[in-house]
Design a protein around this ligand. Structure first.
Ligand code: HEC
Length: 187
């Protein structure tokens, strides 16, 4: 086999290969590569789904966070101070409420309704409580007892809050009895 013959054979083989792969490539290009079913689904939908759930969460927690105010005020008219006295046992871990008694862990709660905040003599209040300002209206008591740290961030009252609006209303109705001249409950 001389070199000319070798070149001819090699050329024929290469042409054949070129033809085969050329045709295959052309077919591949025309068929395209979009698989009927993607191997995996891109997580593009996930953030939207998350946003939806967190919105739901927000909707679920919003009434609770906003609670402790007007709803409690509405409940006060038919609140049960006797039940409130029983619930007040939770508070007595830290508060006394008899007239003239010195403060314990927390300030004495005698005459608390409409009392200026952070005003019990000799009690060392947190800066947060001292700077809140105003008097303890029914509504503010409701907000505070619903979630002390939400209403006054930085308060040193370590209490997670009462579980229901009716408990809040009952305790507040009881607190209202602890005075020489009780503040009448809203009708
Ligand atoms: C674990 C102890 C603890 C418990 C339980 C607790 N408190 Fe308090 N409370 C405190 C402390 C301490 C303060 C002072 C908070 C501050 O200075 O930030 C306080 C402050 C208050 C104040 C503000 C008083 C003021 O003079 O301005 C009210 C009202 C109050 N508590 C009501 C209650 C009621 C009602 C309960 C029960 C439902 C309760 N607390 C349960 C410790 C407690």
């Amino acid at each position: 086999m001389d070199s000319f013959e070798f070149t001819k054979i090699a050329g024929a083989v290469l042409s054949a290969l070129l033809l085969i792969f050329g045709v295959k490539t052309a077919i591949d290009m025309n068929v395209g590569h979009t698989p009927e079913k993607p191997g995996f689904v891109l997580p593009a939908a996930a953030p939207a789904a998350e946003a939806a759930t967190s919105k739901e969460d927000a909707a679920a927690t919003a009434p609770a966070a906003g609670g402790g105010g007007e709803d409690v005020i509405a409940l006060l008219a038919k609140a049960n101070p006797e039940n409130g006295k029983a619930i007040f046992k939770k508070c007595q871990a830290c508060h006394v409420s008899e007239k003239g008694k010195a403060a314990t862990v927390g300030p004495n709660l005698w005459d608390i309704v409409n009392r200026p905040k952070a005003s019990f003599p000799g009690f060392s209040y947190s800066e947060a409580m001292k700077s809140k300002g105003g008097n303890w209206s029914f509504e503010e008591l409701a907000h505070f007892l619903h979630g002390p740290k939400t209403f006054i961030p930085g308060t040193k009252m370590v209490f997670k809050g009462l579980p229901t609006a009716s408990d809040e209303a009952d305790v507040i109705a009881y607190l209202a009895t602890l005075a020489d001249t009780p503040v009448p409950l809203p009708k």
